[in-house]
Design a protein around this ligand. Structure first.
Ligand code: 4AD
Ligand code: MG
Length: 477
């Protein structure tokens, strides 16, 4: 007999039928009730068993975490708390879970404890809910771009170029089996690199996306990217996923319109499709925040916050306007900013970004027209000669969620900017070709996928929204 998912059983369409379900024991009580979950949905199916009729060997193995196959009749539940339940006829134990050693017991575990158990934490309600929302967001991203005429293309992971020019790359080295090339002292010869060439793990698929946009018009890439920055913050990972659309003939205004519409639509998608998980995560957050001082609590419950973003216009301000606002502000009555922006041209610190978003505008903010010297080489220089057509989107509680720009399409200007930053033309000869043959205005942006998942789930640490986080401390799993 084929089995059903817990989600299908809870939809009540199979009532009074013989059913089979596979799953893991969440809890069991009074030697009679097993709460079984298979990951298909947040809720468990209650299985009512007559333990006296059950084989003793089977009984002994029913503990939290054990994998079971349960057969029985699906009936309306007499008890409160669930609408249907299974009157069990038979149980097969796929695999037990020793209660003395299985770490995920039916009690509250701290997120720090669960981070050490990245392979098992997905069996908790919190992580299952987060990862279902992550999966839904990922689908919504592909759906949005497909419906809007974009082509999905796969940018390479191994690359010879540093797209951001920030030198934060992981080098790729060839280890030929058990015999890597060695130096005379016996240490590994890292100079051998990728079959004799110097290559890195990509920091961004943007440069390749530009090549594809200049032929397919509207493209996007969505894949893992790598940064060798030694940042131990709750917003940085060494390996993170980035969504990068690139559009030929779009200027900076079009780019801002696209980014805003895109974010709103994917947030709307999860509001429509992940209601149960979002309600669970909202309640979790409210419980967690009860122990925090009022000032540190979120201003809005999670779902209200998501609706707010989906329905309200993002505030657009230039860097220069933002600096004026910061200069004229006092973040709180006693204290000024730790870093005061008194010189035009300085990069914003996260405390400034938070002030603009959370205190001043109280909504997502798109900052644009940044000083050229704090932004990457490929951004389109404005007519003033000192700002570039860059844009960052700042989100409440997150900070920068998107970084993008209109790209420099003029060959000579691009060459000058590269020369000023000592970027050799030979390294990016193919990128320069795009400006020699059929060059045109084009724009794009990169959205940090985990930062979007952080926002969507209300979680506080980026390590909790990616399955197996890679940070300077942790790449164990
Ligand atoms: O601002 P970034 O560095 O921009 C780029 O890489 C551009 N080439 C993108 C483009 O125009 N196609 O990164 C883009 C976004 C950031 O806004 C942030 O959300 C996320 O990627 N991000 C990180 N997320 C997690 N961990 C890190 N270490 C991140 N670095 C950037
Ligand atoms: Mg950035």
């Amino acid at each position: 007999m084929t089995s059903n998912s817990v989600k299908e059983l809870l939809s009540k369409n199979l009532i009074v039928q013989e059913v089979v379900v596979n799953g893991w024991v969440k809890s069991f009580r009074s030697n009679r009730f097993i709460a079984l979950n298979d990951g298909s949905t947040l809720a468990n199916i209650q299985c009512v068993v007559d333990f006296e009729k059950l084989d003793e060997h089977v009984l002994k193995q029913i503990h939290t975490g054990a994998a079971l196959k349960v057969s029985g009749t699906l009936v309306e539940s007499q008890g409160s708390g669930q609408s249907v339940e299974i009157q069990v006829k038979d149980i097969f134990v796929h695999g037990g879970a020793n209660p003395d050693t299985y770490p995920i017991q039916p009690k509250k575990h701290s997120l720090e404890f669960l981070r050490e158990k990245a392979h098992l934490r997905i069996r908790t309600n919190t992580f299952a809910a987060i990862m279902r929302v992550r999966s839904a967001l990922s689908f919504a991203i592909h759906q949005y771009f497909t419906e809007n005429g974009f082509y999905y293309f796969h940018s390479p992971i191994i690359t010879g170029s540093d797209a951001e020019g920030a030198g934060e790359m992981f080098r790729v080295t060839t280890l030929e089996g058990k015999n890597p090339p060695l130096n005379e002292d016996g240490s590994i010869n890292f100079k051998e690199d990728f079959f004799g060439k110097e290559t890195n793990l990509t920091v961004s698929g943007q440069l390749e996306a530009e090549a594809y946009a200049m032929a397919l018009g509207k493209v996007y890439t969505f894949g893992p990217t790598f940064r060798a920055e030694n940042s131990n913050t709750s917003r940085h990972l060494a390996e993170f996923w980035m969504v990068e659309p690139e559009v030929a003939f779009n200027d900076l205004d079009d780019n801002m319109d696209l980014a805003e519409d895109f974010i709103k639509k994917v947030v709307q998608y999860i509001l429509q499709h992940c209601g149960e998980d979002l309600q669970f995560l909202e309640k979790r957050l409210l419980d967690e925040e009860k122990s925090k001082p009022q000032a540190e609590r979120s201003a809005m419950p999670l779902i209200e916050k998501l609706k707010f973003v989906a329905e309200n216009t993002f505030q657009r301000v230039t860097y220069t306007e933002a600096i004026e606002i910061l200069r004229n502000s006092k973040p709180n009555k006693k204290k000024k900013f730790q870093y005061i922006i008194d010189e035009w041209g300085a990069d914003l610190q996260s405390e400034h970004e938070r002030y603009l978003v959370e205190k001043h505008f109280k909504c997502p903010v798109i900052l644009f027209d940044y000083p050229a010297k704090i932004k990457a080489f490929y951004m389109r220089l404005n007519e003033d000669g000192k700002t570039v057509r860059a844009m960052d989107i700042l989100f409440p509680g997150i900070g920068e969620i998107v970084g993008g720009s209109q790209r420099e399409e003029r060959l000579e200007v691009l060459k000058e900017k590269m020369a000023a930053l000592n970027i050799p033309e030979e390294e990016l000869w193919w990128y320069l070709d795009l400006r020699k043959f059929g060059s045109a205005v084009h724009s794009g942006f990169g959205l940090g996928f985990e930062r979007l998942v952080l926002f969507a789930t209300g979680m506080g640490n980026i390590r909790d929204v990616i399955p197996f986080p890679r940070t300077p401390q942790n790449a164990e799993f």
